[in-house]
Design a protein around this ligand. Structure first.
Ligand SMILES: NC(=O)c1ccc[n+]([C@@H]2O[C@H](COP(=O)([O-])OP(=O)(O)OC[C@H]3O[C@@H](n4cnc5c(N)ncnc54)[C@H](O)[C@@H]3O)[C@@H](O)[C@H]2O)c1
Length: 361
């Protein structure tokens, strides 16, 4: 497999056994204690490959996190911090997060807070993690229904992306991660959008060029982050689809959780509609986006009461300022603007638009 590297965020993409991880473990971290954080699934599907490939991890302490967004909470962090303390982990030691966005978000947060910061490495094992969550230094946990309310921005020492881990990933999770690739294309690269539109996202996994597509997405994310790590400006564009998507995800958490990427995909349909209403994209572009996304992502039916619940959560979005709902809108396909104020009513109409495209199909 071709190897790619993205300097902005210290990312290596390709076969992890050919990466610099071995040198890291046997060089600067040879005498450090290594703590591996996995969840139950990455424990079963990914850990052995890493342990057998890297003898430097023979003595590593493996800590098991419970699976799922509902466990991305302070209580779990406390348990890990206590365990780190029991194992006498010091600042010179190394945390290795092996998992999807839940593990890298929470593991990065745990490492960043403990003793004011341990170095950590991310080995993302979901597509969403590879193209998005593991990159960019946002670490954190949820607070009640509000996602990622507690956290810090702290970059991992290294990010190793190896598509081999996708072989055991459930199809629904693959599709979830694919939403972030589509987002990258929509906000930043029209040609990339047209490439992705030709693809069947499930079959693409068997495509030899998949690592290349991951590298395009990881590259878009890392370049944006490098320009604006603390999200004062252009980094906000990575939130396209997330204003409404996060609210849907947060609302559904207490009823029937939906995958992050699934909620973002619905958010992207809604926010593309708002872009069209503001005459920033044409009707043809709206249809192009809507048609491709609805082929891949199922409807998330929301009753009137549910919609009100989603709109309630919009007000608490971290991206807001002065009580206004802020949203990313497309400027044609492949470009966008941030800090667009949208009203409650507009967000409601966007949710109705989403319903209408699914019921007319
Ligand atoms: N920090 C950021 O910039 C950022 C960006 C986007 C999303 N996120 C966060 O990422 C999280 C979502 O990430 P996710 O979609 O990766 O979810 P996840 O970590 O919950 O993983 C999804 C599921 O796949 C399983 N899994 C992981 N790797 C596997 C593998 N190789 N084989 C089999 N099963 C595997 C997990 O155990 C889990 O059940 C959310 O908490 C979201 O807020 C963070």
């Amino acid at each position: 497999m071709k190897q790619f590297s993205i300097d902005e965020c210290d990312i290596e993409i390709g076969n992890i056994t050919s990466s610099s991880l071995e040198a890291l473990l046997t060089g600067p971290y040879a005498t450090a204690k290594k703590i591996i954080l996995v969840d139950e699934n990455t424990h079963d599907h990914c850990l052995e490959y890493i342990l057998t490939s890297f003898p430097g991890l023979e003595e590593a302490e493996v800590m098991l996190l419970p699976v799922g967004e509902e466990n991305k909470v302070l209580e779990v962090c406390f348990q890990v911090w206590e365990a780190l303390s029991q194992y006498a982990i010091e600042r010179k030691d190394l945390v290795i997060n092996i998992g999807g966005g839940v593990v890298t978000d929470m593991g990065g947060f745990i490492a960043s807070i403990y003793k004011r910061g341990l170095e950590f490495v991310n080995i993302p094992t979901t597509l969403l993690g590879m193209v998005d969550a593991a990159i960019g230094g946002k670490t954190g946990i949820d607070l009640g229904p509000y996602k990622n309310q507690l956290g810090v921005i702290n970059h991992p020492l290294k990010i190793y992306i190896d598509p081999i881990f996708l072989q055991t990933l459930p199809e629904s999770e693959l599709i979830s991660g694919y939403a972030e690739m589509l987002k990258h294309a929509l906000i930043a690269d029209k040609n990339y959008w047209h490439t992705l539109c030709q693809l069947d996202p499930v079959k693409v996994l068997n495509n030899n060029h998949f690592a290349e597509l991951i590298a395009i997405s990881a590259g878009i994310k890392s370049r944006v982050v490098a320009e604006d790590t603390y999200e004062k400006g252009v980094r906000k564009t990575l939130n396209f689809g997330h204003t409404i998507g996060h609210a849907i995800e947060g609302y559904c958490l207490s009823i029937e959780p939906v995958a992050h990427g699934h909620a973002v995909a619905i958010g992207m349909i809604a926010e593309s509609y708002l872009s069209f209403k503001r005459e920033k994209i044409t009707q043809r572009e709206l249809l192009e986006i809507t048609n491709y996304l609805t082929q891949i992502y199922d409807h998330i039916p929301l009753s009137e009461e549910d919609k009100n619940g989603v709109l309630e959560l919009l007000v608490h979005d971290k991206k807001n300022a002065d009580g206004k709902i802020l949203c990313i809108l497309l400027e044609g396909i492949g470009a966008c603007t941030f800090d667009n104020v949208i009203t409650h009513q507009e967000a409601y109409e966007a949710l109705l638009y989403v319903d209408s495209v699914y019921t007319s199909n």
